[in-house]
Design a protein around this ligand. Sequence first.
Ligand code: MUC
Ligand code: MG
Length: 389
Amino acid sequence: MVVPAQSTPETAPDLIRDTAIREIQAKILNVPTTRRHKLSNTAVTHQNYVHVQVRFDNGVIGHGEAATLGGPRWSEESVEAIKANIDTYLAPALIGTPGCHLEAANLRLDAAAKRNASAKSALSAALMDALGRTLDLPATAFLGGAVRDRISVIWALASGDVIQEVEEAKAKIAARQFNRFKIKLGFADIHTDLRRLDRLRTELPEGTEIIADINQGWSEADCRKWLPSLEALDISLIEQPLDAGNMAGMARLAKISRIPLMLDEGVFTPQEAFHGAATGAGSVLSLKLCKHGSAQALQRVAGIAFAGGQELYGGCLLESSLGAAAHLAVFATLPSLTWGCEHFGPLILSEDTVEASLIYEDFHVLVPQGPGLGVTPDPAKTARFERKN
Ligand code: MUC
Ligand code: MG
């Protein structure tokens, strides 16, 4: 029996045409953090974002965010470059394209600019938001559907002042927000790093999960020498100890380390993901929109890593609730996310950029359920945080 097509006020072709991208705006935001956040190669007291707004022909507006960490130091993209490349190359390439053709939009962005993954990911997020609001569906619905509605979440300790870090960790555990911690290393000498880890291991409740993120700060020789100390401290995961390009060194270390190694800055593209998995350069991969460039590319990278036997970890770059919500939408659709995620960004900001922040409870972050990304930027806050010159 042929079921007659339902008559709706707007037919699918009209809906598609009405999602044509009409206007794109990009603004730089500077949002103070609650404390200094230190990494091997930078330190921030303000988070810088490019906040993107996309308007469809149907009048619906979607928002996205590109986060950076201390200028072009964590990766090659700075907020100034992201905004300039969106304004000059990426936005013009999208105008007129149906916003519901998410993969076609990605192809246009890739044709307009090489790499620039963070800039592209803000546009990808804004399209998902506007499309979800048009269809009155959460973005997960057109990313394959959610398989989880909450994700185990990790907090990063990164002031470098161990007394402050112990207090901060204990307060997070008491609030039942976070009981898994990532410690940023590599900004002090290795002996100082190890003393800090030792103090945290002693002061935090027995069995507390501790991950070490070295952000490319150690050499292969350092790692060979100090791996036994990290093992003795019961570190559960070592993130990107070596230079991002040094896959061969990571593969040699992975062979001798009893602690799993995670690739972060070393894997942006699907080809890098394939290389990392094929060479055994780490058994865990950190996924971030700012590295992969779009929700679809993140899912592709996750598939490659999974096929290569790697476990998946939901990474962040200290996004506000807006950028974090875009990540959570994609992470919610991954069949496997062994290590949970680290989207603690909204709580490290002195004030979030949205009307209602993400919810953290029972050591999980909840995946927003509303249309699009499920969070709404607060115009008064974005105006206050907008960089004025
Ligand atoms: C990184 O390298 O993982 C994420 C959390 C954090 O503290 O730093 C970022 C970047
Ligand atoms: Mg990292």
